[in-house]
Design a protein around this ligand. Structure first.
Ligand SMILES: Cc1cc2nc3c(=O)[nH]c(=O)nc-3n(C[C@H](O)[C@H](O)[C@H](O)COP(=O)(O)O)c2cc1C
Length: 415
């Protein structure tokens, strides 16, 4: 039985506790110490990694409603690295708005400073172009640049021959560092990298796109992929596709972990009340109006038939739309269930109930080939997940007792 992997989302997963603290009259905006404390608790629980998401150019309204200021991931994770010793540290960084030399250097530096715990969540960004004097390029164009940026980063990381460590009067043997020349349609680079990246082979690569272009990219480069799947059948399909694509690239399909996002509400219930605007928001995502439908009746065929007419590939986040459609397509799904998935987890799998029922569902997904693990996002209390759910996974022999190795690659069991 394969082990289950857990990653916790550094920003989203602490929102519920911070919002609750603010409601009780505590600080309205989290301090840097809150981030450090959150990371320390995740490490105490033995979570594989902290995933620091980053959306450049967020709408102002999101700031007004949030009890924290999300810091820039690489700098925040450098501080967290100094206060932790085992947990993996996954920084989101954009290929659309960064040059490969900068990325290779920053991520390799984090990897060294953390003792081999760095990961890079490769994103093409869905907003924020104005900050860089750009218009946001079309998705295909962004993925084409992402491939070149990633190739160039990998070339920089591969440019240090392990021989650089051989003793040479105590200095680095610079003859063991190759020049890197890269010339593509999007990236040009001539230089050499001044930081090694071999603490764990190389930093671990993550990716979160689930469009056809996104999965193809992931199958080529990623060690682990984040997904949006509220339905088990949809997750099985996505993970199977990812593994097929990886095999077609000559990779071992087992070398790519699939980690859908999940919102866990231990000893709680999902909110199934239809809030104002919710029906319109979900209808807009799906591209079909949901007005006039009975909340508790199975979705009618005319709604399901609309799927084939909607272009989900060019949606800002294909996974959100495809995930909702996958759920809608499961026999008997009601509008209330569909709206609830969006309301409780923005389209991610949301589970509420006893720790036992949640642990069983998570293990069931892994056993059915729907996931290799999960990313814990803004559900209820992550501390309750640590206190109640992880021990059950351990008791089932499916979660390690302590960090067996020292690197992120060790924790995730990726080669
Ligand atoms: C779980 C998850 C986490 C993501 N985190 C980020 C993020 O931190 N920053 C970002 O710009 N995009 C993030 N994305 C968006 C993806 O990187 C990607 O841009 C988006 O899904 C569009 O690509 P696609 O159409 O191929 O899915 C995330 C997506 C998922 C599913």
């Amino acid at each position: 039985m394969s082990r289950i992997h857990l990653v916790v989302e550094a920003v989203g997963a602490q929102l519920p506790e911070l919002a609750e603290r603010a409601r009780r009259g505590g600080p309205r905006v989290a301090s840097p110490d809150d981030f450090l404390d959150f990371a320390a608790r995740a490490e105490d629980a033995g979570v594989d990694a902290l995933f620091y998401a980053d959306f450049l150019g967020k709408p102002r309204a999101q700031f007004a409603a949030r009890p924290l200021i999300p810091f820039e991931p690489l700098t925040a994770l450098s501080a967290i690295a100094a206060r932790t010793s085992s947990i993996g540290l996954i920084a989101t960084a954009s290929t659309t708005f960064s040059e490969p030399y900068t990325l290779a250097r920053q991520i390799a530096s984090l990897d060294n400073l953390s003792g081999g715990r760095a990961g890079w969540n490769i994103v093409t960004s869905i907003q924020g172009a104005g900050n860089y004097g750009q218009d946001l390029a079309a998705k295909d164009e962004r993925y084409a640049r992402a491939a070149e940026v990633t190739d160039a980063v990998l070339a920089l990381w591969a440019s240090w021959d392990p021989a650089y460590r051989r003793p040479r009067g105590g200095f680095v043997d610079t003859d063991a560092i190759a020049d890197v020349h890269f010339s593509g349609a999007h990236v040009t680079l001539d230089g050499w990298l001044d930081v090694p990246s071999d603490r764990q082979g190389r930093p671990v690569l993550f990716q979160a796109g689930s469009s056809a272009a996104g999965l193809t990219f992931a199958a080529r480069y990623a060690d682990a992929v984040f997904g949006i799947n509220p339905s088990r059948s949809g997750a099985i399909r996505t993970r199977t596709r990812l593994r097929e694509l990886a095999a077609a690239q000559g990779r071992d399909p087992g070398a790519v972990k699939y980690l859908p996002g999940v919102r866990l509400f231990v000893d709680d219930e999902l909110d199934t009340v239809e809030s104002p605007g919710l029906r319109d928001a979900v209808g807009a995502l799906l591209g079909v109006p949901l007005g006039g439908l009975d909340l508790d009746a199975p979705l009618p065929d005319r709604i399901l038939a609309a799927r084939g007419r909607v272009d989900t590939q060019s949606a800002p986040i294909t996974g959100t739309v495809e995930g909702l459609w996958d759920l809608a397509a499961e026999p008997g799904t009601t509008l209330r269930e569909l709206l609830g998935v969006y309301r409780n987890g923005s389209g991610f799998l949301s589970l509420a109930g006893s720790a036992r029922s949640i642990a069983d569902t998570l293990l069931g997904w892994v056993d059915d080939g729907a996931a290799d693990g999960f990313v814990l996002g803004a559900g209820g209390s992550v501390d309750e997940v640590y206190r109640q759910v992880i021990p059950l996974l351990r008791a089932a022999g499916r979660y390690r007792d302590h960090y067996a190795g020292s690197t992120l690659r060790d924790h995730l069991e990726v080669p």
